[in-house]
Ligand binder design. Structure first.
Ligand code: LMR
Length: 391
């Protein structure tokens, strides 16, 4: 039986982690996988998380099962941060998932069970989006999200996609900090998109994996709030892996918003059954630490400050890159107007390989860079290397 399997290539993005680790150059630069790095290139555990974990060690009474919903106090505790003032005005329920990836997969399974068969994806997108939806039996339809050469949103392609979409199609929207381009919608564009989607009865699935890391927690929720104001049903795939620094602990949540409480109860029961069939229950440790933070005002404010410091550092790197102007054929100035951890440079495969082989600069094969991999100490070398390979 197993002889039938053809070799499956390793995930290119995750393979970069090993390639980078095996490189002995001391001045190598890691701009690959989406992990925050501080000015010294480290990815420390949040102090708020350390404090919460200590409380877990000291006081957690049991590690017996919680059930497919996971830690509901964590799931509900996130909502005021995600929704702010609209939290009490909508019918929303959710459950804990293994990271944002689990939330996206569970959303796809739930939507499929509800009859959805097609999903629209702006490309480039997170490389795992299409495989997840295909694994959930959905047909993936694509349009261009961004023109990488001009670093501008491909607005016309988006409108054309919405125009040709059929009632009941799902549209994947990045809540903020678009991965991999950093190119988000303006308030006017969100309103326009939502009006068209409402008119055509398209279903919004909002992937919200970088909340707080673009323009700040409140501003980053603005697009989602516009979706909630225009559309009667929404699903939100939320990740705590970046904004709590929980990466390997896999902390996420999937939420559904509907207009009718009975429908919400049914949706939640389906999400729980599908979670049970997928992973039975989400891992608890990270979610419990997040819950402890959210239940404690002092830890909450410590966490928000730490996330804000990450955001501001990435903004500073963007400003430094923009100040560098042009290097070879690459114009860094648009990066100051983009959001979050990623931007996508107009570099071809050979140039990206030359950056890796000749200069020890590791970035995704798509040209995506993680700006958190840069700091005052290596940005000069990076800009110069880009100039050499693209000049
Ligand atoms: C990324 O895009 O680098 C992260 O979301 C990590 C991953 O799972 O791909």
């Amino acid at each position: 039986m197993l002889d039938n399997l053809q070799p499956s290539p390793p995930d290119a993005l995750l393979a970069l982690i090993k390639l980078y680790a095996a490189d002995s150059r001391t001045d190598k630069i890691d701009l690959g996988v989406g992990v925050y790095r501080d000015n010294d290139g480290n990815t420390p555990v949040f102090a708020a998380i350390k404090a919460a974990e200590q409380r877990l060690v000291d006081h957690q009474p049991s590690k017996s099962y919680l059930g497919p919903e996971g830690d509901m106090a964590m799931v509900n505790g996130l909502l005021p941060h995600i929704l702010g003032d609209v939290n009490n005005t909508i019918k929303i329920d959710g459950l804990q998932t293994p990271g944002g990836t689990g939330a996206v997969r569970l959303a796809a399974d739930t939507l499929y069970a509800a009859g959805a068969r097609r999903i629209w994806l702006g490309t480039p997108s997170w490389p795992n989006h299409a495989p997840i939806f295909k694994a959930a039996q959905m047909e993936v339809l694509t349009y261009s999200h961004m023109d990488v050469a001009t670093q501008s949103l491909d607005w016309d392609a988006l409108l054309a996609a919405l125009d040709s979409a059929q009632t009941g199609d799902v549209v994947l929207l990045h809540g903020c900090c678009h991965n991999p381009t950093g190119v988000d919608y303006s308030a006017e564009q969100w309103a326009h998109i939502c009006a068209v989607m409402a008119q055509k009865q398209l279903f919004p699935l909002v992937d919200f994996a970088y909340h707080g890391l673009g323009q700040g927690f409140d501003a980053d929720s603005a697009g989602l709030k516009t979706v909630l104001a225009h559309l009667p049903e929404v699903m939100i795939a939320y990740s705590c892996d970046k904004n709590f620094g929980m990466y390997r602990d896999r902390v996420g949540a999937l939420y559904a918003v509907v207009q009718d409480q009975n429908v919400l109860t049914d949706v939640k029961s389906n999400m729980a059954s599908l979670a049970r069939a997928n992973w039975s229950m989400p891992p608890d440790h990270g979610g419990a630490a997040v819950r402890i933070i959210l239940e404690d005002a002092a830890l909450t404010s410590m966490w928000r400050d730490e996330a804000e410091a990450m955001r501001l550092r990435m903004r500073k790197v963007r400003d430094m890159l923009a100040a560098a102007g042009q290097a070879g054929s690459v114009d860094f100035r648009p990066l100051a107007t983009q959001n979050g951890m990623f931007s996508m440079l107009p570099l071809n495969k050979d140039q990206i390989l030359a950056l890796r082989n000749d200069h020890g600069v590791y970035m995704a094969g798509s040209g995506r860079i993680n700006v958190a991999g840069l700091s005052e100490s290596n940005i000069g070398k990076f800009v110069e290397a880009v100039g050499v390979v693209s000049g």
